[in-house]
Design a protein around this ligand. Structure first.
Ligand code: HMG
Ligand code: MG
Length: 298
């Protein structure tokens, strides 16, 4: 494991800010993305092209993408729920998108107002067009370790949905513990099952830290070979359709753990800690543990 590179997918500007109770000005979002781009992060999920009635915080998606100061070595994917979202994203030059569905029917109904089958039907034309357009597509499976409405989620359902996204053409599948209820053992079992049919190199893990298990879950998944980890600066976020879910695991905490375990991220932790400290101050949110410690030490 030592010396390996782990790709961090920073989801704070999207997964984090979508959940803020007050609308965050576009200029602040752009400032955040720009500062994150300076830290060595290679993938920054920027926004989502969803219904503004469903997620008012992402209503400025076009304006945000138009205002991005793109860095040559950074990718800026955006979430799209359907072809309408894809059209909107493409109209402002988005060149990488993420589709999202869930392993739980109940969660999908609340989140995207349709069942799993219907979500996959909606994705088909997006995937078809993305292939023609040379647009990279990631697929998210939410509620892989539990659902706020259904409770337990059978591993077989996670495998089935992940396989469907992969076979339909998603290049990377992110497995999301949307409400952060997973434990290392369950996370490991789930990942092992999914990796029977999808190569580990094309899997990512996405943990929320509701019960403080996220780092332990990530370490278990790293030991199994996963090398893509989603996280959010300062642990921003939650999920509007998952009451009680706290933010994503903090990027600062993940980078500290990875680098301290001999894994490479290419991220400057001190600089990242400064960004985390700044955005937490702007939003009146708590700082990440590793971020605070790093800043105190220096
Ligand atoms: P719907 O009501 O089923 O769709 O919503 P519809 O086709 O019937 O359209 C309803 C209205 O939405 C119409 O407007 C459409 O034009 C509009 P009206 O005519 O009523 O004024 N509409 C759109 N507007 C803008 N952009 C679009 C779009 N599509 C339709 N793309 C829909 C279905 C999916 C659109 C809606 O439910 C929605 O936007 N949901 C948002 C869900 C969301 O963003 N959730 C958070 C992200 S997922 C997440 O956080 C989990 C993740 O982090 C992983 C993890 O943690 O596990 C990824
Ligand atoms: Mg999430």
């Amino acid at each position: 494991m030592s010396g390996d590179f782990v790709k961090i997918v920073e989801v704070g500007p999207r997964d984090g800010l979508q959940n803020e109770p007050y609308t965050v000005p576009t200029s602040l979002k752009l400032d955040l993305i720009d500062r994150l781009g300076e830290t060595g992060l290679k993938v920054i999920e920027s926004t989502s092209f969803v219904s503004d009635r469903a997620i008012p915080q992402m209503a400025d998606a076009e304006e945000l993408i138009a205002g991005l100061q793109r860095r040559a070595n950074v990718r800026y994917p955006a979430l799209v729920p359907n072809e309408r979202g894809y059209d909107r994203a493409r109209s402002v030059g988005v060149d990488e998108v993420a589709l999202f569905t869930a392993a739980s029917e109940a969660f999908n109904q609340r989140n995207i107002n349709c069942n799993i089958e219907e979500s996959l039907r909606r994705f088909a034309p997006v995937l078809h067009r993305a292939r023609d357009d040379g647009v990279r597509v990631r697929g998210y499976v939410s509620t892989v370790l539990g659902c706020p409405y259904q409770g337990d989620v059978p591993i077989g359902d996670v495998v089935r949905v992940a396989e469907a996204l992969f076979e339909a053409g998603c290049e990377e599948i992110s497995l999301g513990d949307t409400i952060g209820v997973g434990t290392p053992r369950k996370a490991g079992e789930m990942l092992r099952a999914v990796s029977q049919s999808i190569p580990m190199a094309q899997l990512a893990v996405h943990f929320h830290d509701t019960y403080g298990q996220a780092l332990a879950n990530i370490m278990t998944c790293l030991e199994q070979g996963v090398r893509v980890v989603d996280s959010s600066v300062a642990g921003l976020g939650g999920c509007p359709y998952a009451r009680g879910a706290t933010g994503n695991v903090a990027t600062e905490d993940v980078v500290y753990m990875l680098e301290g375990s001999g894994l490479q991220t290419g991220i400057d932790l001190q600089q990242l800690a400064r960004v985390g400290d700044w955005i937490a101050g702007e939003l009146g949110r708590p700082r990440s543990r590793a971020g605070q410690a790093v800043l105190k030490r220096h």
